[in-house]
Design a protein around this ligand. Sequence first.
Ligand code: CMC
Length: 432
Amino acid sequence: MKESAILQIGDQRIELPVIHGSEGGKSIDISGLLAKTGLTSYDPALANTAICKSAITYIDGDKGILRYRGIAVEEFTAQPTPNFVEVAWLLIFGHLPTFSELDHFRDQLTTHELLHEDVRDVYQHIPADAPPMAILSAALNHLACVHKNYLNVDDPESFLEVTASIISQVRTIAAFSFRRSKGLPHMYPDPRLRYCANFLHMMFSSPYQQYEIRPEVEDALNLLFILHADHEQNCSTSTVRTVGSAKANLFSSCAAGVSALWGPLHGGANVKVVEMLERIYEGGMTPQQCINNAKDKDNPFRLFGFGHRVYRNFDPRAKVLREACDRVLPNIDRQDPLLDIARELESLALNDDYFVERNLYPNVDFYSGILLRAIGIPTNMFTVCFAIGRLPGWIAQWKEQNEDPGSRIIRPRQVYVGNTQTGYVPITNREV
Ligand code: CMC
């Protein structure tokens, strides 16, 4: 029997269908509400609103579950860890790739890895200290200027090509922005290297000396990218969907995602976490002062890397990253005092009523920065690395929406609370 919800407004009684998700989640379908009642629904920050049906990523925030296409994220992070490129394919195309699909995808990633020289030249002239996230967003948009043939992709091979171009070139742009900030020569990608190794090569090799890629370091980066690959309708992903719903091309939609991700409440939190840990390390505050500041409602400070809109339990990604820090740092001789400080902060917070009552646990950003530091990634590149990891998710969500015959332009409503109609007053008649 179909389930429904009854809404009574004055004398009017309407029945709203209840939609059932495949994992038991339920949602009241209010898509006919305005037409039937003249009323909109009010849901600031869309905290209670499902904006789409999606088959890509499942999260149970109470149980701390995260699955990509039905597969628990822990399965992708167990040793030996699958390859990020395989996970990207899974997210975008909905199934684990066969050998031939994976080979073809890898070939495409290699074919499209070079950044158009015109794009590179434009960014030669930006200030050396320009924020890498600004460069990444601008350069992704810029790809639309040099790949005009990919602005409308309506056949599977073109979609694969544009997907490979973005996933591959985001790495090239990221490494370029880092080299530029250091005044170092641009390193071209090496087609013999795998995805993560190639990124490390472009970041750290020099024309006269090849960077030695340690397998532990490559694996740690691969793990980080996998853990960031998708997270259903978060701020940047819903931005990508919003832009894409206007039928904007994939480059611009992903560039918008980068802009949203930059914010410190979203992907930018990984930078804030390390700045906070460094401040404690340098004696600027004690761990307990940090906790007290975060609890103080008159202080805008937050315990970065803690709390989540969806998880009311441990973020499973934080658990994996915590273990990865414990495993990887000693292996590559990179003991980091910030890891001890992070553990102390975590313990203080998890035993503090304020955090317990509000179900605030470490999120993905709490330990990711420590692992990135161990890999040798500078702090201003942390959120860029988050973006590289998140791209397959954005592309998968853009594709799913684009292929949904029922999808419409995203256009929310508002409750207007401004002036009622008032007249225009010429400037000469206005009171000073
Ligand atoms: N430190 C101190 N208090 C917090 C924190 C925090 N990190 N997070 C939430 N709270 C408090 C908040 O003040 C509120 O208290 P009260 O009920 O007394 O008003 C309560 O907990 C609920 O928080 P909220 O702000 O209503 O929750 P939200 O769902 O709107 O925000 C969040 C989620 C992630 C933006 C928030 O927890 C936060 O600002 N965390 C710190 C930034 C951070 O780590 N962001 C990365 C998120 S994970 C990666 C990603 O998806 O981008």
